[in-house]
Design a protein around this ligand. Sequence first.
Ligand code: ZN
Length: 559
Amino acid sequence: MGLVALGSGAARSAAPGPVSYTVTPELKGADLDALAVDVRLDGDADGETWMRLPENWSGVSDLQKAIHDVRAEGAKLQRVGKAELKLTHAPGAPITVRYRVRQDFKGELSAGGPPFRAAISKDRFTGLGWALFAEVSGPVGRPVEFRWGPTPAGWALASDLDHSVRVANTGELLDSVLVGGRGMRIVEAPAAGGRLRVAVHGDWRFHPQELSNLLVKITEASAGFWGDHGEDFFVAVTPLRAPGGGTAQYGVGLGDAFSLWTTTDVDSAALKHIVAHEHQHVWFPTRVGGVRTGKDEPLDYWLSEGFTDFYTLRLLLRSGLWSLEEFVEDYNRILRAYGASPVKTAPNNMIPAAFWEDPAIADLPYQRGLVLAAMWDYRLRTSSGGRHDMDDVVLAMKTRAGGVQNGRAVENLRLSFRQFGGSLDSDFTTYVEGGAAVILPADLFGDCARVTTTDEPTFDRGFDTARTNEAGGVVAGVDPDGPAFRAGLRNGMRITGRLTPANTGDAKTDLAYRVDAGGAEKIIRYRPEGRRVPIQQIELTAGMDAAKRAACAKVMSGG
Ligand SMILES: [Zn+2]
């Protein structure tokens, strides 16, 4: 790398060159101290250039707190507000802005909120472009370059930005993930005419090679379906700690990459789902027209997340990565969660405000979009005598988008559906905007499976665990109509022990607590059954032979 020879600041009339970013891991002794970011650019012709440090992104805020030692060469630098940088300089002067990124939280990444802040520990780092790069304001589409600085001895560095030095624009620069570490493992494989790379931090239940093999199959199935071959793809995997036990996964699709954070005990089915889901984000929503941006973005999540899940399930079955049974099991998991959702009928306009705060609201667009896609797929198959299904619609959406991402994915769906199966307008009003519950038809999958509907109790502890934990075990928020009250639990009793294993949500498994009730010890045991709600589940037809199973895999995956 080396320092730029800074010019005298003489005015230049030529169009500004690319903005060039260099990221260098800086070690102090043997340990990583910071990521140094150098930004080289030609200043604006009017002698004033503005830059913006990372600030807010996808539910995380104050990202600028991780940015330190901001300096400029070739310009006078002034910090304005939290994250704006004003550069004053000779017209068109070459400028270098440098800063360091340091982790701004203590300890390792842990579950309990999106892990999108830059994680920089002594022997590794994971950072999204959104958390690392200062944006230069000015014309949209200004070319951008990315390079790594020197690689520390014994380290490996990787990013989707490696796909070429020249990055199309600032949007693509930000939509990236950068990882590096001492001994970080990178597996590379050809897939669907392109190059796939997987970079893995730490130790896992799976070998990086297994993850790479899985991704090759997913990439080839997706490329075959969408007709997109010859693209490079990158996956970064970072471990996440769950201090309270349990598993957690987060993924972010980044166009030509995704970043995955998960607890290391992730099981094979959950891993397949999240990997296929994040990979489908290459197409949903960007290549079918894109979703709205800014605060309205979550209004379109039912399409961008729900259709992604619908195609996740289909492609896992179609590619043979899942058996019919595994497909049905994952489908049923989502149908059960949708059926039991306390916000199942929330109107779409409730989603933006609560998406990052309420986990039930955050799950709803995934569930609602999936069941809507399933319902519309059924309608197309039945009305066309089996000639058309959702595959025709989403491929038409891609054609209609024509490579342009202008926030019109929902509109492209409306127009493309009309080509094959009539109007969705009243469904948009009823189910999306109105939030009406979607009931799938019993013969959704013809004679391959039956969709059953039964009233089942939801899981309900019957008291407020968060408030009880906060109060050091003194019971709070007992619902007088709930199962804990009926078993004798009262506000003000103190829980001194739990006699049953941690229950993650099974309404049919008893809970038992030892409590101190004003000096007297009591055992409170009950079944955590809450209100009864209709739950739909898919039941495969029994006794199908191999030929019938293969035919059903085709019907159920749309293949
Ligand atoms: Zn997603």
